[in-house]
Design a binder for this molecule. Structure first.
Ligand SMILES: [Mg+2]
Length: 397
């Protein structure tokens, strides 16, 4: 890189040995700064910035790498953000920091020269992009981003992906969650967390829910027409969707269009923005469950799920957030919490699905804790619907 290029790199890892080893491998090519926590890193950004790049570990006590990267996106949008993780939390990482060229992900251990080359390429590429765009960070312009999203609907750039859900007891595939990807013309396939906030700000969340419902029901009808065993397709809906007047009617209409029974569909209540009208959302959920549509509570334990509210929600299933599953095996407290959630769900007459199961060990603990269903990379990654049918056929004896 040329002499005028900013070569300041901030390395963040809670393990001092890793920091020392990174320093040894990178010090010839960059000006290095070290931080052992997210908080230290933010202080360094204020004090010693701007940095050309920040390379961070994912899992750290206190502020996680993910939170740090999100924060940096806001405070230092012009900095290349790179994740170094011993785990393959690609989805979460990409979701938090994806800006196309400005983001890189490496799995530990990574060879020093690969890391250094990757850093240089990312920095140079970022400079190039900044120059061609006249210094405008695309993430900064909400108006433009919102317009892009409107175009995405118009030009049919959203794609349905599905991730299987299986019964723990016998491995039966009980259904799949419908997920969205955005086939962005320049930035490639984007995970939802990269655009959900903009979608929300642009007032387009309900349009996406409607699109997903229709697309998911078309897929469920294909499964039925292909003679597959009965399965449910689960669609994410926020409390705001449930509050919207006419939501139950819309769901009914879409099911009817495809000639599907209500039992073919499940609605996952995700915690979106603050719930303006909890009573309205609950009434709408009751209306839907009374018709035989299953409802579940998504990402339980990760956000602000109030237990008091849970008691009054007509949900049949709790989806335990992956944060509990990630720590299983390492942290006995995580296992005990999972057991407690299973117990609580049982008392409330709800079943439990464990999200984000990635290893055999986690699977074993999820089974021991008494979870009813699983969804995660150990079973299968999210995939296009055509692949799901193939995957399903491959599983059957
Ligand atoms: Mg979900």
């Amino acid at each position: 890189m040329g002499g005028c290029v900013n070569r300041k790199i901030l390395l963040v890892d809670d393990d001092p040995r890793i920091l020392a080893s990174l320093r040894r491998s990178l010090q010839d090519r960059f000006d290095l700064y070290l931080a052992e926590s997210g908080t230290e890193a933010l202080a360094a950004v204020e004090r010693d910035g701007p940095f050309a790049a920040v390379v961070s570990d994912m899992r750290m006590p206190g502020m996680s790498g993910l939170d740090l990267l999100c924060e940096l996106r806001r405070r230092a949008p012009d900095t290349v953000r790179m994740v170094l993780s011993g785990h393959t939390d690609f989805d979460a990482a990409i979701a938090a920091v994806n800006d196309g060229a400005i983001f890189r992900f490496h799995t530990k251990p990574v060879r020093a020269e690969i890391l250094a080359d990757s850093l240089e390429r990312a920095i140079l590429r970022h400079i190039e992009i900044r120059q061609t765009r006249g210094g405008i960070d695309p993430g900064e312009s909400l108006v433009r981003a919102a317009e892009e999203l409107r175009q995405a609907f118009e030009h049919q750039q959203f794609r349905l992906y599905v991730q299987p859900q299986c019964r723990v007891a016998d491995g039966t595939v009980t259904g799949a969650e419908a997920l969205v990807r955005w086939a962005h013309p320049e930035r490639g396939l984007l995970a939802p967390a990269t655009f959900l906030a903009t979608l929300d700000a642009a007032g387009l969340t309900q349009d996406l829910t409607a699109w997903m419902l229709r697309r998911a029901c078309i897929e469920a009808r294909r499964w039925r027409d292909a003679g597959l065993p009965p399965m449910r397709i689960a669609v994410n809906a926020t409390a705001l969707d449930f509050c919207a007047p006419g939501f139950p009617e819309m769901v009914r209409r879409i099911l009817a269009e495809q000639g599907l029974a209500p039992s073919a569909l499940e609605l996952e209540l995700t915690e979106g923005a603050a719930v303006a009208d909890p009573a309205g959302a609950r009434a709408s959920m009751l209306n839907l469950t009374e018709q035989g549509i299953a409802t579940s509570l998504d990402d339980f334990g990760s956000g602000y799920s109030a237990l008091g509210w849970l008691r009054h929600l007509p949900v049949a299933k709790i989806k335990v957030d992956r944060i509990f599953i990630d720590e299983l095996g390492d942290d006995p407290a995580a296992y005990r919490m999972l057991q407690a959630i299973v117990g609580l769900a049982g008392d409330l007459g709800m079943t439990v699905l464990a999200e984000g199961v990635e290893t055999e060990r986690q699977m074993e603990l999820v089974r021991d804790a008494g979870c009813d269903y699983v969804q995660g990379y150990l079973q299968a990654s999210p995939m296009p619907p055509e692949d799901f049918t193939v995957w399903l056929a491959g599983r059957r004896p």
